[in-house]
Write a protein that binds this ligand. Structure first.
Ligand code: EPZ
Length: 419
């Protein structure tokens, strides 16, 4: 098992480039299955989750070529329509492949993804939406068998603006030959990226980024296309917070400001000086941050994925902050590790009350999940002394070369095998 060894106390200063978005790459890799031609994707982050997704689409019959952050997918002949159970369990979000496989093969077999480190992660909204559209679903011993031969035109109204369910419906609808509307759709930028990819492929999706999406499904799509994945707004937010927690001065290149406005506003409220020039954002933290309150909400509200990360900055800010996690029911596990570094936190249900301390104490801690693990890196950078973070496999799922990026900014972080 790998660990990070961090010798904290350094200010992070300099320039760094954001990687491509994990949460946009995954649905677009699934969408490549819709194409009978060749898809070239640029800016795909080299992380564990994209590797799993590529393993699955290889098993379905696609030819894959990888060259750094470029992925070439030839999905002219898809033979298999089953997502293997062990890969479903490794990555819950592989459920969005179901929509793409259904579109292409008219059948899909997959298992219940099961809960994970931040909550139950049910897929009831996905299945309910499929049923509304005439997709036949049989569930037996944890396996789900879908068939979309009798798919109909329809309107799906989501009880909750689920990102994955919105993506799954768009994918299933694209080759259905039907006209499908989604009401109360998720509005995240990753949905817009998916729409842009599908439309470049020759599909017809309208309204992504709003609550109302219309898909005019066609019978098949075949085009050799190139597409560049959008930058990762959560990695960018993480690097912004790394500046805030080390009184740093960081310029992050390749940013889409409209994707990160809620993070910008909060960090400005906490005392950061933030400037933007072209696609570069500079975050300067001259002094210790001030406390502020956070409520996570669906986009364009404050993103839940940034909750552990900004909470860690608030843990060493002046004053008391109140955080309400409205999206996932179990996203405070990292706080137990942060308490080992001195954090003063009480949790009441979905609310965390954080009383700022001057500085974290270095300690031996364990990553509990992807974003909670990234939060511990920031705490280690703030603490003087040596912090060891074990279980960093969680972090490697969603951050490309995060240790290299931090070293480039003057941080002292190294990977050690075996801890
Ligand atoms: C996506 O997950 C992201 N993952 C998550 O990022 C992100 O936190 C989440 O959207 C919210 O923004 C990817 O894009 C790969 P949801 P997803 O469906 O699609 C409940 C990260 O750290 N729900 O919007 O799974 C669900 O339990 C990850 O990069 C149902 O109840 O999120 C949760 O409480 C973590 N039934 C809420 O909705 C369903 O059928 C939001 O889930 C589906 C979801």
């Amino acid at each position: 098992m790998q660990s990070y060894i961090i010798k904290g106390g350094e200010k992070l200063e300099g320039e760094v480039e954001a990687s491509g978005s994990k949460n946009s790459s995954l649905p677009i890799l699934a969408a490549a299955i819709l194409n009978r031609g060749k898809t070239i994707l640029e800016n795909v982050p080299n992380i564990h989750d994209t590797k799993i997704m590529l393993d699955i689409i290889k098993l379905l019959g696609c030819e894959i070529e990888e060259d750094g952050n470029r992925v070439i997918i030839d999905s002219s002949s898809i033979e298999n329509y089953e997502i293997p159970d062990e890969l479903m369990r490794q990555m819950r979000s592989s459920v969005i492949l179901a929509g793409a496989i259904l579109a292409r093969c008219k059948k899909a077999t997959f298992s219940y993804p099961g809960g994970c480190d931040i909550g139950a992660r049910p897929i009831d909204l996905h299945l309910k939406s499929f049923k509304t559209l005439g997709i036949n679903i049989l569930e037996e011993n944890g396996e789900i068998f879908c068939d979309s031969e009798n798919m109909t035109d329809g309107v799906v109204t989501l009880d909750f603006p689920s990102v994955g369910a919105t993506e799954n419906i768009i994918l299933a609808a694209t080759l259905s030959g039907k006209t499908i509307y989604i009401r109360n759709a998720a509005m995240e930028p990753e949905i817009v990226d998916l729409q842009n990819f599908i439309n470049k492929l020759g599909g017809n999706v309208l309204g992504a980024g709003t609550k109302d999406i219309k898909i005019v499904g066609t019978k098949s799509l075949q085009k050799n296309i190139e597409y560049k994945i959008m930058p990762d707004r959560i990695e960018i937010g993480t690097l912004m917070c790394a500046s805030a927690i080390t009184k740093g001065n960081i310029k992050i290149k390749n940013v889409k400001i409209e994707h990160i406005l809620p993070i910008v506003y909060k960090l400005e409220e906490m005392g950061c000086e933030i400037t933007l020039k072209d696609d570069d954002i500079t975050v300067i933290a001259k002094n210790r941050m001030k406390a502020c309150n956070i409520k996570t909400m669906p986009y364009p509200g404050f993103p839940t994925d940034m909750q552990p990360i900004i909470a860690t900055v608030l843990g060493v800010s002046k004053g008391t902050s109140i955080i309400v996690e409205n999206i996932f029911e179990n996203r405070y596990k990292y706080l137990a590790e942060l308490k080992r570094m001195g954090a003063k936190v009480t949790i009441e249900g979905r609310t965390a009350i954080i009383k700022g301390i001057k500085k974290y104490n270095s300690a031996k801690v364990e990553a509990t999940d992807l974003r909670g693990g990234a939060a511990l890196i920031l705490a280690g950078l703030n603490a003087s002394g040596k912090t060891i973070i074990s279980n960093i496999g969680y972090i490697l799922r969603g951050y490309e070369n995060i240790d290299k990026k931090i070293r480039k900014l003057g941080g002292n972080i190294y990977t050690r095998e075996g801890e």
